[in-house]
Design a protein around this ligand. Structure first.
Ligand code: NAD
Length: 355
């Protein structure tokens, strides 16, 4: 990207430990480093075995295990988890799992101010952001609060070995979306551009290897490293059209998070392309292509990911309303967001045709 000497960059204090086996071997040390002695471990039902191993490693510093994380953090789940944390006398929280588990940990941190340690098992990147989300009455609210930013993040590639190939691919593209939108965010900066380029390069190199051999620990490590970089981009910048579209499609129409990101990204990028020459230069270099939207579409299809919103269960009759909803919200995007423009993006994504 052409150097622009006009930017603001804020780094947030977070420790990152990265190594195979770290979930069990490093989490107790991170708790100790933060001076925490009574940690509540939270996870989803599927991740309970790993979370239990982390809880056991914490030994006397574990105040309990709460395995009730669900997608999009329903507010009643947050209420219950906060009550459990208070009853247990917890002085900190460890969230083990994907964005949903980390989201529940953040909800506890938001209400109680308890420090959070994140042990991510997907590539969602939530662990690197001060963004929380809560769902109430069918609509999802999000906000930023430094309280919810994990103080310590334990990246363990071995934890991701169990991610099935379809979720590996879509979660990986979810990470790519953070880097892509960070490159054209109003608050982007040269450091973000470096992280985004390396994140896109590393993730797009790792995903085909993982589709071929999901047990390749080195490729798992590379994908998780990319997720860290892409998540850092997400945490430091303001997202645009792509994330707003996915938020609406997930929140209002119940579409699955990572899959929706995977389908929408090539079309949102194609829409913004005329206005983002600098970001495209970086993406062309990172992807080794002249046509980044097509390369992302081709990659997802080649690795067996869903390619259309129709395949995810959206109804064609929902497109008009979704377009009005997304165009009606004010947010930063390099190209003006019009109802017709969003509608065209949604229609192309609905059909899954070449962007
Ligand atoms: P998720 O946490 O819901 O996980 C998806 C599924 O994969 C779940 O069934 C889970 O049990 C399973 N899973 C997770 N890790 C696994 C593993 N290693 N092996 C096998 N199965 C595994 O989904 P996600 O995509 O990680 O996160 C999505 C959620 O996170 C959404 O609610 C999204 O809004 C939120 N999110 C928030 C931020 C933020 O900054 N606040 C960022 C990204 C995502």
């Amino acid at each position: 990207m052409t150097f622009s000497g006009d930017f603001t960059y804020e780094s947030r204090p977070v420790r990152v430990v990265f190594r195979p086996g770290a979930a069990v071997s490093a989490t107790p040390g991170e708790a100790e480093h933060l001076g925490l002695r009574r940690l509540l471990v939270v996870c989803g039902s599927r991740g309970e075995a790993v979370a239990r191993a982390v809880a056991e490693a914490l030994g006397d510093s574990c105040a309990g295990l709460h395995a009730e994380a669900r997608m999009h953090v329903p507010v009643e789940d947050a209420d219950r988890a906060v009550a459990v944390a208070r009853e247990a006398g917890a002085d900190g929280v460890v969230a083990v799992g994907g964005g949903s588990s980390i989201g529940l940990g953040k909800a506890i941190a938001l209400r109680t101010g308890l420090p959070l340690i994140a042990v991510p098992s997907t590539y969602s990147g939530s662990e690197m952001t001060p963004v929380w989300g809560l769902t109430e009455g069918g609509s999802k609210r999000t906000g930023r609060d430094p309280k919810v930013q994990p103080r310590s993040v334990v990246y363990d590639p071995e934890l991701t070995l169990s991610l099935p190939v379809p979720l590996t691919v879509t979660s990986g593209v979810n990470a790519l979306a953070h880097a892509v939108e960070a490159l054209y965010a109003p608050d982007t900066s040269p450091l973000i551009a470096l992280m985004a380029e390396e994140g896109v390069r590393a993730m797009t190199e790792a995903l085909p290897r993982l589709a071929g051999d999901p047990a390749d620990v080195e490729a798992r490590g590379q994908a998780l490293y990319a997720a860290w970089l892409c998540g850092s981009c997400l945490g430091s910048t303001t997202m645009g059209l792509h994330h707003k579209l996915c938020h609406a499609l997930g929140g209002t129409y119940g579409l699955p998070h990572a899959e929706t990101h995977t389908v929408v990204l090539p079309y949102a990028l194609a829409y913004n392309a005329p206005e983002i020459p600098g970001a495209l230069t970086v993406l062309k270099r990172a992807l080794g292509t002249d046509d980044p939207p097509h390369a992302l579409w081709e990659l997802a299809g080649r690795l067996g990911a869903p390619r259309s919103l129709a395949a995810l269960g959206l109804q064609e009759t929902d497109l008009a309303e979704a377009a009005v909803q997304v165009a009606g919200q004010p947010y930063a995007n390099p190209r003006p967001v019009t109802v017709d423009g969003v509608r065209a993006v949604l229609e192309a994504a609905f059909q899954g045709r070449r962007p």
